[in-house]
Design a protein. Structure first.
Length: 116
């Protein structure tokens, strides 16, 4: 069982920056593929950014050039640096871990609200 705890969400104005963190339990974090997803009310959860165990990253087109995903294996933590935030980035952000046996775990979510 892997527990994921997100933090860093909040309320800010458009154009601002925020960094989300997701801390994972256990000793195999470095082997996991990690991802950040977001889900608006009544909509499906969609990928924002992902990072493999080897450090390869992938981004949704809507956040390319604005968001950066990174990981610190020594701290069992994955980050999402969000710059130039837009009102449409407002939603709940979730962290996901995918193990080497393809088991997935989700965090509880953190709210990001961007005002105009």
């Amino acid at each position: 069982q892997v527990q994921l705890v997100e933090s860093g969400g909040g309320l800010l104005q458009a154009g601002g920056s925020l960094r989300l963190s997701c801390a994972a339990s256990g000793s195999s974090f470095s082997l996991y593929a990690m991802g950040w997803y977001r889900q608006a009310p009544g909509k499906q959860r969609v990928l924002v950014a992902s990072i493999t165990s080897g450090g390869t990253t992938n981004y949704a087109d809507s956040v390319k050039g604005r968001f950066t995903i990174s990981r610190d294996n020594a701290k069992n933590t994955v980050y999402l640096q969000m710059n130039s935030l837009k009102v449409e980035d407002t939603t709940v952000y979730y962290c996901k871990a995918s193990t080497t046996t393809y088991v997935t775990y989700w965090g509880q979510g953190t709210q990001v609200t961007v005002s105009s």
